[in-house]
Ligand binder design. Structure first.
Ligand SMILES: Cc1cc2nc3c(=O)[nH]c(=O)nc-3n(C[C@H](O)[C@H](O)[C@H](O)COP(=O)(O)OP(=O)(O)OC[C@H]3O[C@@H](n4cnc5c(N)ncnc54)[C@H](O)[C@@H]3O)c2cc1C
Length: 432
């Protein structure tokens, strides 16, 4: 049976002897940043990077936000100065790894689609995530890669009807971009408000009005029960809505934006994974009881001393966590920690969420007026039963973004909530 771990602490593993070779599986942000961090910290050994997309590392966030305005990938070599051709000794971008296991001579080994077996002193799993497309939704497309963005852009001609399933981060971003490009856009969301799981009902309700303002129809509280090819001429697909709506929505393009899951099916039985398929690692990216195997980015859930279980799935973890992994591989002291952080630009608004709130249990304290017309934005503070602020969600307020980043860096904190609720009071001065 596949080893699994719940929320219990992961077993510790003894330090590695200084390695001479590292294989990185995945040529995305986390993989590229791992190669960069190893070199930054002085690693002179052999680095191999194996990818599956056939493209050099690029940034995914612009794929949705800038779907129509940025038609070629935002290469990490240009954006971050992270150029695998100078960092790694060998880069193979189109030979996916199919298995991980022990090498006969000890240490880990990977086998690729082409049948190559590569052994190394250390393997770092940075294989990211794949979008979820429920069974039976073959007529829907998803958005994860530059190729997906090309396909979507071509299909979304002006006047086309896009039905986007899911009012999460990516659904909202694509909906706004498509409406701006002249498409007719309907977003169907099963929960009562956008970003319900991430922000909770009280805060999510303040986002609902953004859709109509951007020319997008939002059908919240409406589950989708099926997606099928269109029976009639003219449209390519239809989206079947559950009760109480019950309609069949004709569409030229259906986008399933219902989440992503770790791209780890190929690792079944090889490393401990949770129910979502995330590889469970300690705070420095170590896979328990496998001293030479690490995981980082979207494919991993990290046990953090402050935040406890931090699931991957967001850009900042893929950007920053490779540093901790590289330090651990090289036997160096850990660097400074950082709070979980998600950003989004959607429907004309800039969003940032720091920390790990529990929207189902935490109370919400608003800072500013989400429905007001005054410039300057607003924020929501999530407060646990113990009176600690577990997360800060900031909308259209760059100065609060900077303060929230600092405030949340060390974990949940106590704030003077009465003062923090007053947008005239600088947020950073409300720490108790
Ligand atoms: C459209 C879009 C918009 C986004 N916007 C935001 C945002 O605004 N804010 C935010 O915080 N986050 C955002 N994200 C999430 C963010 O982009 C990811 O968290 C980040 O890209 C994760 O990087 P990664 O390297 O862990 O994984 P990935 O980017 O998924 O890269 C993993 C790479 O590994 C390769 N791979 C997979 N399996 C194998 C294998 N077996 N062998 C070899 N290679 C393999 C894959 O092909 C892929 O290239 C967005 C994501 C998408 C798709």
């Amino acid at each position: 049976m596949e080893p699994t771990h719940g929320t219990t602490p992961l077993p510790t593993t003894s330090p590695l002897p200084r390695p001479r070779s590292v294989v990185i599986v995945g040529a995305g942000l986390a993989g590229a940043q791992t190669a960069a961090a190893l070199r930054t910290h002085g690693f002179t050994g052999h680095v191999t990077v194996l990818g599956a997309e056939g493209l050099a590392p690029y940034d995914r966030p612009p794929l949705s936000k800038e779907l129509f305005s940025r038609t070629s990938p935002a290469w990490l070599a240009d954006e971050l100065g992270v150029d695998l051709s100078t960092l790694a000794d060998e880069v193979v971008l189109d030979d996916a790894v199919t298995s991980l296991g022990p090498a006969p001579a000890g240490g880990p080994a990977v086998v690729t689609t082409s049948g190559r077996r590569i052994t190394a002193d250390v393997v770092v799993l940075a294989c990211g995530s794949v979008p979820v497309r429920p069974a039976g939704w073959e007529s829907a497309v998803t958005l994860h890669t530059a190729a997906d963005a090309d396909h979507l852009r071509t299909a979304l001609t002006s006047g086309a009807h896009l039905v986007c399933i899911g009012a999460g981060w990516i659904g909202a971003e694509v909906a706004g971009a498509a409406a701006g490009a002249g498409c007719e856009v309907t977003v169907v969301e099963a929960a009562s408000v956008p970003l319900h799981r991430q922000l909770g009902p009280a805060v999510g309700a303040h986002l609902a009005g953004w859709y109509a303002a951007a020319g997008v129809t939002l059908l919240a509280g409406t589950p989708v029960v099926g997606v099928s090819a269109s029976p009639g001429a003219g449209r390519t697909a239809q989206v079947l809505l559950g009760a109480p709506d019950g309609r069949a929505l004709p569409a030229d393009v259906v986008l399933a934006a219902v989440g992503a899951r770790p791209a780890t099916d190929w690792l079944a039985g090889a490393v401990p994974r949770d129910a979502r398929g995330a590889i469970l690692v300690d705070s420095r990216g170590r896979v328990p009881e496998q001293p030479a195997v690490f995981a980082v980015g979207d494919c991993a859930t990290r046990t953090d001393p402050v935040w406890e279980q931090v699931p991957g799935g967001h850009w900042s973890a893929a950007l920053l966590d490779p540093d901790a992994v590289a330090r651990e591989i090289l036997g160096l002291e850990p660097g400074p920690g950082h709070a979980p952080y998600v950003f989004s630009t959607q429907l004309g608004h800039d969003l940032a969420l720091f920390g790990l709130p529990d929207p189902a249990a935490d109370e919400v304290v608003l800072r500013g007026d989400p429905d007001g017309t005054a410039a300057g934005g607003w924020a929501a503070l999530y407060v646990s039963g113990a009176g600690l602020v577990t997360g800060i969600f900031v909308v259209d307020s760059p100065k609060d973004v900077a303060a929230a980043r600092k405030i949340m860096a060390g974990g949940p904190v106590k704030l003077d909530l009465a003062r923090a609720a007053d947008p005239q009071v600088p947020l950073r001065t409300t720490l108790v």
